[in-house]
Design a protein around this ligand. Structure first.
Ligand SMILES: [Fe+2]
Length: 313
């Protein structure tokens, strides 16, 4: 990252957060590269698994269909009843995009950019995982993200996922995508406000800080949390958030008939792996994501664009 960007981010998020995020990114790269094959569960060490899954899909005649499925984006509508929602926000629509993994397959990006212009919404939120790899060059990601941004027609907020680097932040913000790094923003309509907070990745990097993210939010305000992973749902619910939007799980990506996931790579119950859920007083929604990871294939789990419509209920 450019030294000026580091200085700006240090002043904004604090020295500890910045050093932890960048330090852990470097540790991760060294960890994966220096011990090839030793860390089975990192995508970069999954070449044999990639091959196995692709071969298994090809043998079963499913590969072409599974790759085509990855371009067949479903637009899902989720109604969110929030008692106390200010009247000015009745019907407010949030476009939710997650797990784009933009360097995975250009056809998936093209399919996404083709679907976005026809959608109506008031705000766009991204819940992380813009990259397929977890380190290394990211020019393809930024080029594709620029195309996605040009396909949007509302303000955009974003959080980082476990595949992302802090270096995305200056680039995204120069595109007009405000990143929330344990920070919050308010949206004002006719003198009334709702608040959106966003935490840095809580899955791998664990540099989320709900306390900092919620610090500027008034006690009685309607507050929405953006998090890459649903895994912090219990802590978020006790922070007073009314709604938590997240992704990360891909809904399993390759599922059994009926959409039953074989794995969702998150320490949370299966009910939080896809779609709408509730924990205590907090509502939640886990997007199955618009992209693919590890292998460009989807079975019984189509990629998703979500439109959440807020209502006082
Ligand atoms: Fe992802």
């Amino acid at each position: 990252m450019h030294p000026d960007d580091i200085a700006t981010l240090t002043a904004r998020i604090g020295r500890t957060h910045l050093r932890q995020r960048l330090g852990l990114e470097t540790d991760h790269e060294v960890f994966v590269l220096n011990r090839p094959g030793a860390h089975f569960f990192y995508p970069e060490n999954w070449y044999s698994v990639h091959g196995f899954i692709r071969h298994a899909l090809r043998l079963s005649g499913l590969l072409a269909r599974a790759q085509h499925n990855a371009t067949l984006l479903q637009v899902r509508h989720n109604r969110v009843a929030l008692p106390g929602l200010p009247a000015a926000f009745e019907g407010f629509r949030i476009l939710h995009l997650s797990d784009l993994h933009l360097d995975m397959e250009p056809r998936n990006v093209a399919a996404l950019c083709a679907r976005l212009p026809a959608l109506d919404y008031d705000l766009c939120v991204f819940t992380g995982d813009y990259r397929a790899k977890t380190f290394g060059p990211y020019d393809r990601v930024l080029n594709a993200m620029s195309k996605v941004r040009q396909s949007l027609k509302a303000p955009a907020l974003a959080v980082l996922g476990n595949h992302d680097t802090l270096a995305f932040v200056p680039a995204f913000e120069s595109m007009g995508i405000r990143c929330l790094l344990n920070e919050s923003e308010s949206i004002e309509r006719q003198g009334e406000r709702i608040y959106l907070a966003g935490v840095d990745d809580a899955h791998y990097y664990q540099v989320h800080n709900l306390d900092k993210a919620a610090a500027e939010i008034p006690e009685a305000a309607v507050a929405i949390l953006l998090s890459h992973t649903p895994e912090i749902y219990r802590h978020a619910a006790h922070c007073g958030f009314d709604l938590m939007l997240c992704g990360h799980t891909h809904g399993g990506q390759i599922c059994l008939p009926g959409g039953f996931p074989l794995t969702w790579d998150a320490h949370c119950p299966r009910r939080l792996a896809a779609g709408a859920w509730r924990h205590g007083a907090m509502l939640g929604y886990t997007s199955v994501g618009a992209g693919t990871s590890v292998v460009n294939a989807r079975l019984n789990c189509p990629p998703e664009i979500t439109v959440h419509t807020l209502t006082a209920g």
